[in-house]
Design a protein around this ligand. Structure first.
Ligand SMILES: Nc1ncnc2c1ncn2[C@@H]1O[C@H](COP(=O)(O)OP(=O)(O)OP(=O)(O)O)[C@@H](O)[C@H]1O
Ligand SMILES: [Mg+2]
Length: 503
């Protein structure tokens, strides 16, 4: 057996009240894609932050090419050839692609302090060509798509001689098409002997791109296997420690009266003439390709963006929603897809975030009933299996998926009548997804209606009663639960027309 490019042995990392990583291990061969999976809060990101020098370790050993190393800082990790691609990219928005790649190391003209632009552009072009990335190197980075920015980040890592690249949920914000391009790039890097660690909650991806898979549970190492030796169920069992009986625990409720209706909602250039209704007891899916305008429709109903035309009715009466505060007052809640920036206040505690949208119900004699507040929060921590040492943990210190659960708790507690969920299970582990679906059933039972925006077709097919499909800012069609198929949705979403009905 050849020597490992990387070996992490018995890594331990403790935070106040949390044993985040408990004797974890990981090995990586040159040219290997090693998938790292586990539930929310299992310690994946923390283990990778230790590798990239962003966190220190309490104990354990790291070897590169068989030699022990002590990683002191992100800069030191970079010198050792380790690079981590974060979800929030470290790019300078107004600079070009080339400038970003060479930031801080720009080639100079001779011994002068002047940047050799020609050489910088030429070298970046060669680099991108070598990686088969087709982006104009002079383009300002803020005009590139998220997927392109991610590729530039990877190019930057390669230009700094990275041999180990960590990708922490790189696919979360990519379209299918972009994901395929990322996989192409990963395959190319494999041939160059680069080792990659790939974290994702979308287990299908493991089978598409991974060589080996390591499972972590509660900070601990479970095991490592070649990808082809396991199937999805076996991976899930290792992650959650039990079998998942039902992936989509859909309950059908009697459909009641209409609660929300939107008529001809229009925002010029973004979406046109959107009309639909939501009735008691149903989950309506809103799907389509990324960029079709789904999130924009949700934001308009929630009062976060203005509309040019159209009307919104709640329980038969027209309402005018000009701000999110208006919407919340009317009983409409929106779980945004961009939770970090819009859903959570990172500096506040789990308790404060949970009760934020409905504090008034906790007020007694002008004061907030702290005891009740804590009880409420504890209830959601139990129900959603929110991994936190206490109600008083700062949201910033929670794992990515756990933060999303807190935003969900906030909207569950808000007592909204209409809930719009934008990609509610993105970044959420398989076990917790099922819990969230069960909570949706509970909400329906209480008469809430749900509009669920989702790009994950199995989820849409598994949980929705009706499915609206958008294509380029318009409603391309509506399918009932019975008639919807993956193929039918894709036809509508890509503008290929109405699917032929099967019986
Ligand atoms: N800076 C910190 N302070 C306190 N606790 C932390 C800190 N960073 C992480 N943790 C805790 O360490 C544990 C592991 O978190 P980590 O982010 O590594 O999980 P993860 O496996 O990446 O989860 P996810 O799939 O949700 O991203 C969690 O309980 C988390 O709350
Ligand atoms: Mg993480």
């Amino acid at each position: 057996m050849s020597t490992y490019l990387l070996e992490m042995r018995d890594i331990v990392k403790r935070f106040p009240g949390v044993l985040a990583v408990n004797k974890a291990q990981l090995t990586l061969y040159p040219g290997e894609v090693h998938c790292l999976v586990g539930e929310n809060g299992a310690g994946k990101s923390t283990l990778m932050k230790i590798l990239s020098g962003a966190e220190s370790l309490d104990s354990g050993q790291i070897f590169i090419d068989g030699n022990p190393v002590q990683i002191q800082s992100p800069h030191h990790a970079q010198l050792l050839g380790i690079s981590m691609i974060y979800q929030e990219f470290n790019l300078s928005p107004y600079m070009s692609v080339a400038e970003n790649i060479y930031l801080g190391r720009e080639p100079r003209i001779g011994k002068t302090p002047f940047i050799d632009w020609r050489r910088m552009y030429a070298e970046s072009r060669v680099l991108l060509q070598k990686m088969r990335i087709d982006i104009d190197v002079r383009r300002p980075i803020n005009t590139c798509s998220v997927a392109q920015q991610q590729m530039v980040e990877i190019a930057k890592a390669i230009s700094r001689n990275a041999r180990i690249i960590v990708m922490d949920e790189p696919s979360a914000t990519l379209t299918d098409h972009e994901l395929e391009a990322l996989f192409e790039l990963i395959r190319e890097l494999k041939t160059q002997g680069i080792g990659m660690i790939y974290i994702s909650h979308r287990l299908e991806e493991i089978f598409q791109i991974g060589d080996r898979v390591t499972v972590m549970r509660d900070g601990q190492y479970v095991d490592t296997n070649p990808v082809h030796a396991l199937d999805k169920e076996q991976i899930i069992r290792r992650m959650v420690g039990r079998d998942l009986t039902e992936e989509f625990p859909k309950e059908i409720f009697p459909i009641g009266r209409e609660r929300l209706r939107v008529e001809n909602l229009t925002r010029h250039g973004v979406f046109e003439n959107i009309s639909f209704s939501l009735r008691e007891g149903e989950i309506v899916g809103l799907t389509g390709l990324v960029g079709a305008g789904r999130t924009e429709v949700a934001r308009a109903i929630f009062g976060a963006d203005p509309i040019d035309a159209g009307r919104i009715f709640l329980d038969g009466a027209e309402i005018h929603v000009r701000t999110p505060q208006d919407a919340i007052r009317q009983g409409i809640g929106l779980l945004t897809e961009d939770r970090k920036n819009q859903g959570l206040i990172l500096a506040m505690t789990v308790r404060e975030n949970t009760t934020l949208a409905n504090l008034k119900t906790l007020v007694r004699f002008l004061f907030i009933d702290r005891h009740r507040e804590r009880e409420v929060t504890e209830k959601y921590i139990r129900e959603l299996q929110i991994k936190t040492p206490s109600t008083e943990q700062i949201a910033q210190n929670l794992s990515g998926g756990t933060q999303q659960k807190v935003v969900l708790a906030k909207w569950l507690f808000s007592q909204s009548k209409i809930l719009i969920f934008d990609e509610p299970t993105r970044g959420i582990d398989v076990g917790a997804k099922v819990e969230i679906y069960k909570l949706m059933n509970e909400l329906l039972r209480k008469g809430v209606c749900i509009l669920m925006i989702s790009s994950e077709l199995p989820e849409v097919l598994g949980m929705c009663d009706r499915i609206l499909v958008m294509h380029e800012g318009r409603l391309a069609g509506e399918l009932t639960r019975a008639e919807a198929t993956q193929e039918g949705i894709m036809r509508l979403a890509t503008g290929a027309g109405v699917p032929t009905k099967t019986t």
